[in-house]
Design a binder for this molecule. Structure first.
Ligand code: AMP
Length: 170
């Protein structure tokens, strides 16, 4: 199945000059989402203990993937959303600046964590998520994405951590 056909390009959203990759047609396709989760689960990332995904569209892939792999799920959220003690990292977005947080006890020291988000753009968000996992004492097994905007060279921000995407756009 060509998952790229289930993505809609929305020019100038949320700001002029941004070509937004709308995943809602993929979300609306049961066969498409089943294929997406199976394809993510088939990527060899070694043994993992947790899947952590980034609010909010990352949750749509991360939670079903965690269930499919039989491991726990950890939400990485925007500031002020998580109720317990948090670690926070600030970062620069393709369109603005932001911060993300994780519960300090979400990941045990030495646990191998699979990080998931919907889109790899500039890589700033995932680089911040890598920092958060490491601040908890976790080890990043790999970073997975549904879509990769290769022309933004986000992989360069992820250091030596393995990165995989289902739909890679040049
Ligand atoms: P970045 O930190 O630049 O890699 O941005 C990644 C985050 O922003 C992801 O969580 C995406 O949901 C969102 N994002 C950034 N650029 C786009 C885009 N062109 N289309 C869809 N989502 C995007």
């Amino acid at each position: 199945m060509d998952l790229g056909q289930l993505l809609r390009d929305v020019p100038d959203f949320p700001k002029p000059g941004i070509l937004f990759k709308d995943i809602t047609p993929l979300l609306a396709s049961p066969a498409g989402m089943q294929a997406a989760i199976e394809q993510l689960a088939a990527i060899d990332v070694g043994k993992i203990d947790k899947v952590a995904a980034i609010e909010s569209r990352g949750f749509l892939f991360g939670m079903p993937l965690a269930m499919r792999l039989g491991v726990g799920f950890v939400p990485v959220r925007k500031p002020g959303k998580l109720p317990w003690k948090t670690n926070r990292v600030e970062y620069v977005l393709e369109y603005g600046t932001d911060a993300i947080e994780i519960h300090q006890d979400a990941i045990a020291r030495g646990e191998r964590v699979l990080l998931v988000d919907d889109v790899l753009a500039t890589g700033g968000t995932m680089a911040a998520a890598i920092e958060l996992v490491q601040a908890c004492g976790g080890e990043v097994a790999a970073c997975l994405f549904a879509v990769e905007l290769g022309f933004l060279h986000g992989r360069a921000r992820l250091g030596t951590h393995p990165a995989h995407s289902l739909v890679a756009l040049a």
